[in-house]
Design a protein around this ligand. Structure first.
Ligand SMILES: NC(=O)c1ccc[n+]([C@@H]2O[C@H](COP(=O)([O-])OP(=O)(O)OC[C@H]3O[C@@H](n4cnc5c(N)ncnc54)[C@H](OP(=O)(O)O)[C@@H]3O)[C@@H](O)[C@H]2O)c1
Length: 345
């Protein structure tokens, strides 16, 4: 099969290209074999290819196949699985920039009937990550105000919609007017541009008595700014560091004490390894919102066709061009053929 295999970390994204590698083999009795139709371009991929992610210190070392989120069609499954061959699925798994992947059943979900594979891929595992952070960790409630840092990104667009579905008010922080318009379109009540000096004051101006937001969802690594925007005794959940280029922020601990703030990290994959049931509950909670029609996939407008487009797509992500999820179309024909076949039955 063709795949983007990383034999050594790269600094110049133009140095990556697809090559022929052996097809993956199931590594456990619960593994599915899946033909990939679409893969998402995420911030994690951008870090993995350069060796800048914390996982590159141990778990993700060359050689490995790049890509972490995908959608596709099951081609073989264990006899006990409800995801029989022909089922459309989406989810997460290292090795998504490839024509085939093997992952355990727990890492994927059925594509909802109302979504194409491209749409499901745009949601990927990001919806579950944001749901776990906002509901499981920050315990966001109806009527509260949440600040979403990194609102225009793949995780952020999910966080905005989940917060609205919970009945919260959303202040979204983005990098330009086009992204501002996009997040308003998916429900953000107020938008702030992070290029504006003192943007944290602007965030507070949207809250009662300028006291600050009850919850901060931080996907960019701006904890001190988050604390400045937070109400006394507020909750801040750290989800990612998209603004830090691999260099972590040194947070002055007194800022946490002065606000009596609760600061909590959330690492979705690791959480699932510690407590698979908790992650299953997170997925179920998120899929309930999907089934009630409260979540819409947000696909970036550029088209990226085939594994050959990976360098360009990663470059666009690096240059802050993309918003929502940029989707790589690996084999759209497979999805179309399946739908035509079903229509004939
Ligand atoms: N905790 C977990 O389990 C988990 C799971 C998956 C991913 N993550 C992490 O979550 C983070 C977000 O991932 P993603 O896939 O949503 O990334 P993404 O789609 O690439 O989005 C990145 C977001 O960060 C914003 N951003 C980048 N630089 C910024 C800056 N200097 N100041 C303010 N905002 C900035 C971008 O806004 P502009 O484009 O406007 O600059 C964009 O909204 C990453 O760090 C990723 O590693 C965590």
């Amino acid at each position: 099969m063709k795949a983007i295999q990383i034999d050594r970390f790269v600094t110049d994204l133009a140095n990556i290209s697809p090559k022929n590698v052996p097809s993956p083999k199931p590594q456990s009795p619960k593994a599915l074999h899946i033909e990939i139709t679409h893969a998402a371009i995420t911030h994690v991929d951008l870090l993995y290819v350069q060796g800048l992610h914390q996982n590159n210190k141990r778990h993700v070392q060359p050689p490995f196949i790049l890509g972490t989120e995908f959608s596709g069609i099951v081609t073989s499954a264990p006899p006990t699985s409800s995801l029989t061959p022909g089922t459309r699925v989406f989810g997460g798994g290292l090795g998504s920039f490839a024509e085939e992947i093997c992952v355990d059943e727990a890492h994927v979900r059925r594509v909802p009937a109302q979504w194409t594979n491209a749409e499901a891929c745009a949601v990927g595992a990001s919806g579950a990550v944001s749901y776990g952070a906002l509901v499981g960790v920050a315990q966001l409630k109806t009527g509260e105000t949440v600040l979403v840092l990194g609102a225009s990104g793949g995780l952020g667009v999910m966080a905005v919609q989940i917060a609205k579905a919970l009945g919260a008010r959303v202040v979204a922080v983005v990098g330009d007017a086009e992204k501002g318009e996009m997040v308003r379109g998916i429900g953000a009540d107020a938008v702030v541009d992070y290029h504006d000096e003192g943007w944290e004051d602007k965030v507070r101006s949207f809250t009662l008595g300028k006291r600050g937001v009850e919850v901060v969802y931080d996907a960019i690594g701006a904890v001190e700014s988050g604390l400045r925007s937070l109400k006394y005794r507020g909750r801040l959940v750290i989800v990612g560091f998209a603004a830090r280029g691999g260099n972590m922020e040194n947070v002055r601990a007194n800022r946490i004490l002065l606000k009596s703030a609760m600061v909590h990290g959330y690492r979705f994959g690791e959480d699932g390894r510690h407590d698979p049931q908790r992650t299953k509950d997170v997925w179920d909670g998120f899929m309930n919102l999907v089934d009630s029609g409260k979540i819409q996939p947000v696909i970036y407008k550029e088209e990226y066709r085939g594994l050959e487009a990976v360098p360009e797509a990663l470059e666009d992500a690096k240059n802050h061009k993309a918003w929502g999820r940029a989707i790589l179309r690996i084999d759209e024909n497979a999805e179309k053929e399946l739908q035509q076949h079903r229509a004939k039955l």
